[in-house]
Design a protein around this ligand. Structure first.
Ligand code: OSB
Ligand code: MG
Length: 368
């Protein structure tokens, strides 16, 4: 595409209910929406950073600054640019993968729209719809958790993931297992433990979980390998998998037997596909993680999760899991526990300009 400019917006979108993890509670989703302005039309992307650097080192104001001062100027310098050239163009700038991913997605959307091709087709989707899992935050107590999970099961979600942290792990997991029996269930610690907690983590083995997600810190690959030796529950990495290289290293070390793929965390949907291919060749199951995406990123995640190596249900839930009002015209819904892979050109979404403006708190346009 011929890139004439990029518009960035910070949005504040209220959540239907507060979302609590081991690292904090959010009641408003702060997110950056990217619009690529090209001679062939607009393309949309989303930078999935959160307000504070608690999940990863990236955060909204940091992403905004690096995008505005370094990433966007580098892209605009190229002027004519294919989506496949975005990552290489931005490679000299270290890190900031979520910011890079959001920009790449906007260019990819513009380019695919101009070709009349869908993102699913471009990435290699093989199914028209995908089973939907839901990520359930830490609740006030175990009985509230059971009620919350009951609601999601009644809606049809095919897999439950509960957030855990020290002091809210074994009893919460036991409560959900006892209440619902043999449902597909997994837990996510968001790095809240160390190897000193190994006895608690071993206790989780009795619940026959699909996996335990990111028990230890981001750079604890060797400790994760040590832990994996001691657990019968498969260890899945999220935070640690920051790139194709990190994924290969984690597998080589035995630090993970399952990988959560999030395009933002690894620098883009194209890098995400490379990790998928690596894992598929190694017979390692992957699933699509989420970052409370708006309709933009949610559509892209549905396309990614339709690749053949995504053999576990992902955190690709319906828009109404998090939002009463999305910024796209027909947000993703749950039908029979599945979500449809969009088929329209690009992301296959139609931005709702009124909702977009309603949630926008800052807007800036950078032109060449
Ligand atoms: O660890 O998977 C995570 C949300 C924000 C940051 C990290 C995580 C999450 C989730 C929610 O679990 C996933 C979703 O978007 O549904
Ligand atoms: Mg996670």
């Amino acid at each position: 595409v011929t890139l004439d400019g990029i518009e960035l917006r910070v949005l504040h979108i209220p959540l239907v209910s507060p979302f609590t993890t081991s690292f904090g509670t959010e009641s408003v989703r702060e997110v950056i929406v990217v619009r690529a302005l090209t001679s062939d039309g607009d393309g949309w992307g989303e930078i999935v950073t959160q307000e504070a650097p608690l999940y990863s080192s990236e955060y909204t104001q940091g992403a905004w600054d690096v995008a505005r001062r370094f990433l966007i100027p580098a892209l605009l310098d190229r002027h004519r640019l294919a989506p496949e050239e975005v990552a290489g163009t931005l490679a000299p700038i270290v890190g900031h993968r979520m910011a890079k991913a959001g920009l790449e997605l906007a260019v990819l959307d513009a380019s695919l729209r101009s070709e009349g091709r869908s993102l699913g087709e471009r990435l290699g989707a093989v199914v028209p719809r995908i089973p939907s899992g839901v990520s359930v935050g830490i609740q006030r107590d175990a009985s509230t958790l059971v009620d919350t999970v009951a609601g999601y099961l009644a809606e049809g979600y095919r897999r439950i993931k509960i957030k855990i942290k020290p002091g809210r792990d074994v009893a919460d997991t036991a409560a959900v297992r006892d209440a619902f029996g043999d449902i597909p269930l997994q837990v996510d610690a968001n790095s809240a433990y160390t190897l000193a907690d190994i006895d608690t983590l071993v206790e989780l083995d009795r619940f026959d979980l699909l996996l335990i997600e990111q028990p230890l810190q981001e750079d604890d690959l060797v400790d994760h390998a040590t832990l994996a030796e001691r657990l019968s529950t498969p260890v899945c990495l999220d935070e640690s998998i920051t790139s194709f290289k990190a994924a290969g290293d984690a597998l080589a070390l035995g630090a993970a037997s399952v990988i959560n793929i999030k395009a933002g965390r690894v620098g883009g949907y194209l890098e995400a596909v490379r990790i998928h291919d690596l894992c598929r060749n190694a017979d390692v199951p992957v699933w699509c993680g989420g970052m409370l995406e708006t309709g933009i990123g949610r559509a892209a995640n549905a396309a990614l999760a339709a690749l053949p190596g995504f053999t576990l249900p992902g955190d690709v839930s319906a828009s109404n899991r998090f939002y009463t009002q999305d910024i796209v015209r027909d947000p993703i819904t749950l039908v029979d526990g599945h979500v449809d892979v969009p088929t329209g050109p690009g992301l296959g979404i139609d931005i709702d300009p009124v909702a977009l403006d309603e949630f926008t708190v800052v807007r800036e346009e950078v032109r060449r």
